[in-house]
Design a protein around this ligand. Structure first.
Ligand SMILES: [Zn+2]
Length: 464
């Protein structure tokens, strides 16, 4: 089957590349300060595109006050499981425009990579699904599984409306398995399926000592400095090795099994590669030794200070004793943890270490839970095999330190269905950063692999 698919893909690849370019040209940033018309334009563009490409029942699904998602389907055989293909069409802001070597919304190919915002995350995911679906349809006609596609419009802002959509359109979206194309390969040319995701939550912490800033000469000394207090409180969250030491915070973490640990070790992730991919400065040490890098990134929680602020900031700095200070602490949850318990533990800890009876407030954001995927499910095995055939090389099972809120929501809405996590990002793609790019050779192989998976699914009539 591979050769037949390959020939078809070869004949159509240029078209899919142009579709991807068209998508990149739409600056569909879903963040609040950006023009929401662009996300709507992107949704409409996709609806028309899917119709043109032979999908049926194409429609926009819009949560109240939110950005539109796009749905469409290709009917197939009724006695094989229905597969829902998920990707998202909103993108991250372009960040610092001057750092882009080519403009973020003008696609450009350099050295086999396609540059542009969304090229990898996640407009490639959309075209991957579209192309793979077209491929099987063309090659197999009626003998394809029923494929549904859902392209979300607000993934990058935490999928606030997805739960609503899954409830409101439960019948339309009903499926037996989901393929999420929004993740990363192990390396350039090395395909991977992701078996765990960390969850995420965050809290804003504010400490106050005074009604307003004061002359530091006249008042500092007897009056405590809330900025230093906040720094000390934050510093007490971890020990000298960077390990979180908050009581009751990580008690429920699902410790990797020996088998999982062996698998992580077999990936042979090198400190050198990790250093290069992350851009860690010369001489700066990791918090853990090389052999614990994957486990720490994928299976352990982390706390990160994503913002810290004093009134006025550097622009208005003077010799004043600040009245207040605040920070946003982002928490990555390891599988087994629960977002509410984690935030409660963090709050209790901060209360217990807050000095001088300063006024403390902790405001939590809504969380998204971590995920563990059943790697023994027949669908997981089939997809793993399809990736190996499509890429012509050994595939890897990896974890991911990031969060996809949709995965838990899919399992909540459709029962314990298999969710397959794959994607065309790689360690060089710089998704969310400047000069985001997609390695086109792997993009092509991913389309082929997914088409092979659809074909192989025809042999499974049930999950038993
Ligand atoms: Zn994404």
């Amino acid at each position: 089957m591979k050769e037949a698919f390959e020939l078809l893909l070869q004949a159509n690849f240029q078209k899919y590349l142009e579709i991807l370019n068209d998508l990149i040209r739409i600056p569909s940033v879903s963040f609040e300060n950006f023009d929401r018309k662009n996300v709507e334009h992107s949704a409409l563009f996709l609806k028309n595109l899917l119709e043109k490409e032979g999908f049926e029942n194409a429609q926009l699904l819009t949560p109240p006050g939110g950005h539109s998602s796009v749905f469409a389907e290709i009917p197939g055989k009724t006695d094989v499981p229905v597969i829902l293909l998920y990707a998202h069409h909103d993108v991250q802001p372009p960040l610092r425009k001057e750092l882009w070597k080519s403009p973020p919304f003008e696609p450009e190919i350099r050295n086999g990579r396609l540059y542009g915002r969304g090229s990898a995350d996640d407009k490639a995911g959309i075209v991957l699904h579209l192309a793979a679906a077209r491929l099987v349809k063309e090659a197999l006609g009626e003998r394809t599984p029923h494929l549904k596609i859902l392209i979300e419009g607000e993934e990058e802002i935490g999928s606030p409306g997805l739960e609503f959509l899954l409830k409101e359109h439960a019948v339309l979206l009903k499926n037996d398995a989901v393929i999420v194309a929004d993740l990363s390969n192990f390396a350039k040319g090395v395909p991977a399926l992701t078996a765990s995701l960390r969850g995420m939550t965050a809290a804003e912490v504010k400490v106050s000592a005074l009604e307003a800033p004061l002359h530091s000469g006249s008042w500092s000394g007897p009056i405590p400095d809330p900025v230093q207090a906040l720094c000390r409180m934050i510093a007490s969250l971890t020990d000298d090795e960077g390990k979180i030491i908050v009581k009751n915070f990580s008690d429920t973490v699902a410790v990797p099994t020996n088998e999982e640990k062996e698998k992580y070790a077999a990936l042979r992730i090198k400190e050198k590669t990790f250093r290069k991919d992350s851009g860690l400065l010369d001489g700066v040490a990791f918090t853990v030794p090389e052999n614990l890098l994957p486990e720490t990134l994928w299976r352990a929680p982390s706390v990160t200070v994503t913002a810290m602020e004093t009134p006025g900031g550097f622009e208005n700095v003077g010799n004043v004793l600040q009245n207040t200070a605040r920070a946003r602490i982002s928490i990555r949850l390891a599988p087994g943890m629960d977002s509410k318990t984690a935030v409660n533990a963090l709050t209790e800890h901060l209360k217990s270490v807050c000095p001088f009876h300063l006024h403390l407030s902790v405001t939590a954001e809504t969380g998204a839970e971590a995920v563990i995927i059943d790697t023994s499910h027949p669908y997981f095995r089939k997809m793993f095999q399809a990736l190996e055939t499509g890429y012509g090389t050994e595939a890897k099972i990896i974890g991911c330190g990031a969060t996809i809120p949709g995965v838990i929501l899919f399992q909540k809405a459709f029962g314990e269905i298999p969710v397959l996590l794959l994607g065309v990002e790689d360690p060089e793609c710089n998704a969310h950063g400047e000069n985001e790019s997609l390695y086109l050779e792997d993009f092509k192989k991913s389309i082929l692999s997914e088409a092979l998976f659809f074909h192989s699914v025809m042999e499974i009539n049930s999950f038993s």
